[in-house]
Ligand binder design. Structure first.
Ligand SMILES: [Zn+2]
Length: 252
């Protein structure tokens, strides 16, 4: 069997009104969440899901990074390079980067991964590059342009369900963004699914309650159902509780 190890890496903190995370719920409350990226190792491959934030960006991205990171403080040692170093890794050792979607907090450090294949949902990539209406345009275009100009040959645009490496599949979810995809990983604790932001919190999964911040609530509801069937262990995109359930972020 093909088995991988999964490590959750915290890269920032964030606070937002609860209806962002839970559709039409908690209008008088806020929630504190974490931002994560994920290290997957096994079968001779070193893979990241999303890229982490913080550190030194290429010059043309520095200015907008300041604005984008204002509400997402990156704590000491939480930036991508420090987190990789903790695990004895340098960016050039990453073979594959799977992007759950193209929001800033998930792709900020993509320029570090010059040697990796970058896996993005095909239709969602086009939708992000050419939004059909301003309300769907929630993407950092300077980072997307950087990818086109400097990493085009490394971009692997994938379909709705595709094997990325033996034992690792992407499953398109939509819901949060048109480019949202989950990642299903074969491990010794069963099929682990990194849901991406179609489930921000355990509450989304356990109460079967869709997220509030998204482009399509129907898709979000449908995705929760499909992901529960696709995984033995589900890990939501931003829940602080992950670090309690899995001390130091070690999933298996
Ligand atoms: Zn997002």
């Amino acid at each position: 069997m093909t088995y991988y190890r999964i490590q959750c890496l915290k890269t920032a903190s964030h606070t937002a009104p609860e209806p962002v995370f839970l559709f039409m719920k908690g209008f008088n409350r806020t929630r504190d969440v974490n931002c994560y990226f994920w290290l997957i190792q096994g079968e001779g491959k070193t893979i990241l899901v999303d890229t982490g934030m913080g550190g030194s960006y290429p010059n043309q991205l520095k200015e907008s990074a300041k604005g984008s990171e204002a509400g997402f403080p990156v704590g000491p040692g939480e930036d991508t390079l420090s987190q990789l170093e903790n695990h004895g890794l340098k960016p050039e050792q990453i073979d594959i980067v799977i992007l759950t979607h193209l929001h800033y907090d998930h792709i900020a450090n993509i320029p570090l991964f010059t040697h990796a294949e970058i896996v993005v949902n095909k239709e969602g990539w086009e939708a992000a590059r050419h939004p059909i209406h301003k309300v769907f345009d929630q993407f950092p275009h300077d980072v997307l342009d950087y990818m086109v100009e400097n990493m085009q040959s490394k971009l692997r645009l994938v379909g709705k369900e595709e094997e990325v490496a033996p034992g690792i599949r992407v499953i398109w979810t939509g819901g949060h963004t048109a480019c949202s995809q989950a990642v299903q990983i074969a491990t010794d604790i069963g099929r682990v699914v990194l849901t991406g932001d179609v489930a921000y919190l355990y509450d989304n999964l356990e109460e079967d309650h869709p997220i509030g911040y998204g482009v399509n609530v129907y898709e979000s509801v449908e995705a929760l159902r499909r992901l529960k069937a696709a995984g033995d262990v589900l890990l939501p995109g931003h829940d602080k509780e992950i670090m309690t359930r899995y001390p130091e972020g070690k999933i298996n």
